[in-house]
Design a protein around this ligand. Structure first.
Ligand code: CS2
Length: 463
């Protein structure tokens, strides 16, 4: 057992950089992606992060003890490359609201990156802020009474932070959404704008003038860290690190937006700046994340636990290929480019060293499925086709909500589980209605999904 702990105070790593970036959502993905890009930027020593937990606080405490340092284990089929990441200068728990307000009030802080998962934006089906949520209503009440009161939802924390910045006259700033959502910049603008308008119209005016919102496409498969990972890294590194993150060698970050207060030279670490991220976004959300959801539901019903296991199953692979053939008809990239992209995806999914659990990916399907599958289904329907690769993902998800395959962890679980009960003839249109009422009244789509529910659940026992 290693006795030495990873610790900046003990002189390990680079000295902490000045805090000029803030992050919301201190999970594994932030640590394998934005924090890593910042550490790899050519001007890294000038840019430190104050990183805040989304909801759970454990990681903030661990990182605080380690002075923000942690190890990224970049795991390819034949080696683990250990990289010490230095970009987190301060780690704070979600409860540390005063530190949050202080960070956003600092003139030095130029941007806020956000990874709070799809559900964290508190959006409704129309893509605006869901004012009917009790937590949102509570936060609004608090902010109306006092803009410095602790709040918990992402939109309210952002608005409270921006209000503090306005009071401090600290100048413009950029919000950078890094979650797997369609149009993540526009969604972030809407939820922040709507909440601010409700709380204080003059703040809303300042936000319009002073807050830029950048859109991004982010990609790096990052499974949950296991105890074995912690032990293996400690054994090799010669120090104990409780904040290890395991990830794959591949990574992508496409960014579009204005940075009136500056930013790190992320392009020197491989990030791509584009005028518009939409084409990249569709390619990633449909081909990678859509296939992931398919494997999570259909694969787990066939007894698989991880992505590499599921993709090695010929049946699952053929379903993924069928879905990809449908999705790529609606992507603008050339056939050669898309072949290369999906070839690389197959290689990434097959990396048995990255044991990404289907259970993780199956979470929050109610938030993921609309983004990943419905645009393709709709485009195919407009062309007069029922895309059976796309409908199979919906069928597999409905079976999951009926208790098959991976366990259900969903922010909207009680409602979705209730809708998926009863005969398939009623469950299918009931679930579809929540996604899109038009789909629920499309008898061809409903009939196809009903048959596919029988197909995928029947095949569940085949292996
Ligand atoms: C996954 C993503 O959680 C999920 O549903 O599809 O976390 C996926 O691993 C990342 O988007 C990869 O970049």
């Amino acid at each position: 057992m290693t006795r030495r702990w990873l610790s900046r105070a003990a002189g390990m790593g680079r000295p902490a950089g000045p805090v000029r970036l803030v992050h919301l959502g201190l999970g594994n993905f932030f640590r394998s992606h934005q924090a890593w890009y910042t550490d790899r930027a050519s001007d890294a020593e000038k840019w430190g992060y104050a990183a805040f937990s989304g909801r759970s606080n454990g990681m903030a405490r661990v990182l605080e003890d380690q002075g923000g340092l942690y190890t990224l284990a970049v795991r390819s089929p034949d080696e683990d490359r250990l990289e010490l990441v230095n970009s987190i200068s301060e780690a704070h728990s979600a409860r540390d609201h005063q530190a949050w307000l202080a960070s956003l009030s600092s003139q030095r802080v130029a941007a806020v990156t956000i990874t709070v998962t799809e559900a964290g934006y508190c959006a409704n089906a129309a893509g605006g802020l869901d004012f009917s949520r009790a937590d949102v209503a509570r936060d609004i009440q608090r902010l109306r009474a006092d803009l410095t009161e602790p709040v918990v939802t992402t939109p309210a924390r952002l608005v409270a932070g921006l209000a503090a910045r306005q009071r401090a006259d600290a100048g413009p700033i950029t919000l950078i959404s890094c979650d797997n959502l369609a149009g993540n910049a526009a969604l972030t603008s809407r939820i922040v704008g709507q909440l601010a308008e409700f709380v204080d119209p003059s703040l809303s005016q300042w936000i319009t003038e002073s807050v830029a919102v950048a859109g991004t496409v982010v990609d790096r498969i990052t499974p949950r860290t296991t105890d074995e990972d912690l032990d293996a890294v400690s054994a090799r590194a010669g120090y104990r690190d409780e904040a290890v993150v395991v990830t794959e060698p591949f990574s992508e970050w496409v960014i579009s937006g204005a940075f009136p207060a500056g930013r790190p030279k992320w392009e020197d670490a491989g990030a791509v700046f584009a005028n518009d991220v939409t084409d990249y976004e569709h390619r990633k959300l449909w081909l990678l994340n859509g296939a992931h959801s398919l494997l999570a539901y259909a694969g787990s019903m066939r007894g698989h636990r991880s992505v590499p296991q599921a993709i090695a199953d010929e049946k699952c692979l053929s379903w993924v290929q069928q879905w990809w053939n449908e999705a790529r008809r609606h992507l603008p990239q050339s056939a050669v480019e898309l072949d290369a992209y999906s070839g690389k995806l197959l290689e990434r999914f097959s990396n048995t060293k990255i044991s990404d659990r289907l259970e993780r990916i199956a979470e929050d399907g109610s938030q993921k499925i609309p983004v990943r599958v419905l645009p393709v289904l709709g485009a195919e329907r407009s062309a007069g086709r029922v895309a059976t690769g796309a409908t199979r993902i919906l069928a597999a998800w409905i079976c999951h909500l009926r208790g098959l395959g991976a366990p259900i962890h969903d922010v909207d679980a009680p409602r979705m589980i209730a809708l998926a009960q009863g005969t398939l003839q009623s469950a299918v249109p009931n679930v579809l209605f929540v996604l899109d009422p038009e789909l629920a009244s499309d008898s061809e789509v409903v009939a196809t999904i009903t048959e596919q529910c029988i197909e995928v659940s029947g095949l569940a026992g085949e292996r």
